[in-house]
Ligand binder design. Structure first.
Ligand code: ATP
Ligand code: MG
Length: 221
């Protein structure tokens, strides 16, 4: 594949529910790495675990689709919800390789809180060779802390603000960990669920269409 091939972002998460922080993370990654599209992939979870999502995969996917309806470069993707087993990033990236993407073209996007736990992920450290990783600061979790927190990965980390030509992303380049210090809103799905359960307004925290969907379907009550 040549360097004119698209660069595809992958934003995985529980999205229980999707909120404005997720959208900001995807946009920050697009701006910093020149991504042509972002696949938003709600994860499937093992049943009867403490971390089981409150809303079903159907509702979580529907809310993602509503949240990105006016964002043409974002695409809701059901690969993990349709899978036979629960979600591992390495498996999802392997599926994308089968769908004809090379590792250098793929950019797995996470917040700095999630990436700080990378050593606990299935297939670590091999998973880091399956895609570039784009790590975005989250309030309380600056990307600047990551080289100190993950010293064995320090050599693969590069601070990045805006995309440019000849930026070290091409078929001959090893995948990297791009650290992006972009401001994102201080919102979490946990906080959105808490406010929804208390019957409070979610204005500014989730897109209006998502708030309406949550109310109509009595989610998180
Ligand atoms: P929960 O409170 O249920 O854990 P969450 O808000 O952390 O929800 P997730 O679905 O767990 O949302 O997150 C998906 C991805 O989005 C993760 O990589 C997470 O780090 C990132 N993320 C979520 N919110 C933000 C934010 N405000 N700023 C930066 N990254 C974020
Ligand atoms: Mg989270």
């Amino acid at each position: 594949m040549t360097s004119s091939q698209p660069r595809v972002g992958i934003l995985g998460g529980t999205f229980d529910p999707v909120h404005v922080g997720h959208l900001a993370v995807g946009e920050a990654a697009c701006g910093a790495l020149g991504l042509s599209e972002v696949l938003v992939i709600p994860s499937r979870h093992p049943p009867h675990r403490r971390t089981e999502p409150e809303a079903s995969g159907y509702h979580r996917f529907a809310m993602v689709a509503l949240a990105i309806a006016d964002k043409p470069s974002f695409v809701a993707n059901d690969v993990e919800l349709l899978a036979d087993s629960w979600s591992y990033t390495s498996v999802t990236l392997g599926r994308l390789h089968q769908a004809a993407f090379d590792a250098w073209q793929l950019f797995f996007i996470t917040g700095a809180d999630a990436f700080a736990e990378i050593a606990t992920w299935k297939d670590y450290p091999a998973v880091l060779d399956l895609a570039n990783f784009v790590v975005i600061s989250r309030p309380g979790h600056p990307v600047e802390a990551l080289p100190g927190r993950l010293p064995t990965l320090r050599d693969r980390m590069i601070m990045r603000q805006t995309a440019g030509p000849d930026d070290g992303v091409g078929p001959a380049d090893r995948t990297k960990i791009w650290l992006v210090d972009a401001p994102t809103p201080d919102v979490s799905s946990t906080e959105v669920r808490r406010l929804a359960g208390a019957g409070r307004s979610l204005e500014g925290l989730v897109p209006p269409a998502v708030e309406q969907y949550m109310m109509r379907h009595h989610l998180y009550r």
